[in-house]
Structure formats: structure tokens, C-alpha cells
Design a protein around this ligand. Sequence first.
Ligand SMILES: Cc1cc2nc3c(=O)[nH]c(=O)nc-3n(C[C@H](O)[C@H](O)[C@H](O)COP(=O)(O)O)c2cc1C
Length: 192
Amino acid sequence: MSRQPRIVGIGGTQRPNSSTELLARAVLDICASHGADVRLFGGEQLAALPHYDPYSSDRTGGERDFVEAVRQADGIVIASPSYHGGVSGLIKNAIDLLEDLRADERPYFDGRPVGLLVSAAGWQAGGVTLAALRGIVHAMRGWPTPMGIAINSIEQKPFAEDGSLKDSQVAGQLDAMARQLAVGCVGLSNRH
Ligand SMILES: Cc1cc2nc3c(=O)[nH]c(=O)nc-3n(C[C@H](O)[C@H](O)[C@H](O)COP(=O)(O)O)c2cc1C
């Protein structure tokens, strides 16, 4: 790839200092430190997206901006909390809006690596939600990175009060994911 890889993150909750959003930001920051052009759609922006209506083609500026950013992305990061054992409605609403990419030459996440992160209050919900996200990415023709990350927000506190990462084990996982995203951006783009 002769230009900077573009990596778009979709992740977070409306909670201040959302651990999900911090995880998405952390992996994007590593990608940026390796030269990627990154952009995060966090909890606040995702909450401003209207409830997706597949039977209407009216779109707000925010919806168009989001869909276009994912269209132009070489790699994607999705970070969801586990809500009732699954992907939160905020994240799923944004993903459903990507139905607008269906008729593209490169539909949905086709041919692109997707890094997946989950924050849950227990191990079971983290694992189940990570598996659900992998199913979604497969349905949307993306390539989940081998490294998927689920943190237990009760037992792990990977971020300091100022939002900086303080857990070396989670840092290692995020590094591995960022490396796999970079490899995927280059390797998979050669198919086109
Ligand atoms: C509506 C709701 C439902 C939740 N359901 C679950 C659940 O089923 N299992 C679980 O382990 N945690 C559950 N949680 C806890 C969140 O997954 C957890 O606090 C997570 O770390 C929040 O992410 P955040 O820091 O990005 O807001 C739930 C939280 C909320 C608000």
C-alpha cells in the first residue's frame, strides 16, 4: 500500500470514561504511531445516529459521514460493551446502518481486517459478545483479526484515571491486534 492505511474505530458507550471507548482509542493510537490515519466514532457520535430505518433513504449528515468513513477504511476496529450478554444497541445500530454499503463494489467490510474488543462485567458475557461480534463480521465479509480482546471491567482496571493504559498484559494484546490490523490492511488490499 503506497498511502497511509486508514483505520476507522466504532466503539464506546455514553458513560464518561467508557472502558470500551478507551480500548478502541488505545488500539487506534498504536495504529497511528505506526503511521496509520485513524478516526474514532465514539459513544457520543454513535448516540447521535438516528435509529436505523432500512425502509428510508433519508440520511443525516452524521449518518453519511459515518458510512463514508467506513467505505474508505482499509481496516476497522469495533469495541462494544456486553449488554445482557450481547452487543449493545448503540453499536448494533451503527453496524446496521452499514447496510448502505451493500451495493458497493467492496460491500460492507469486504476484504478488510476487523479488530474486535469487548468490555463486560464478567468473563462469560465478554466471551459470548466477542463471539457474536465475530459472527457479525463474518456476515459482513470482513476478516476478524486472530487477536480478539475481552476485558472484565470488574476484575481488570487497565486504564488510569487520566485514560492512559497501565496494564502491560492488555497493552500486549492491543499491540498484537494493531500489528495484525497493519498486516491485514497490506495483505488483503493486494487482492484488489
Ligand atoms: C444495560 C446494561 C446491561 C449489561 N449487561 C451485562 C451482562 O449481561 N453481562 C455483563 O458481564 N455485564 C453487563 N453489563 C456491564 C457492562 O458490560 C460493563 O460495565 C462494561 O464494562 C461497560 O462498558 P463501558 O465502560 O464502556 O461503559 C451491562 C451494563 C448495562 C448498562
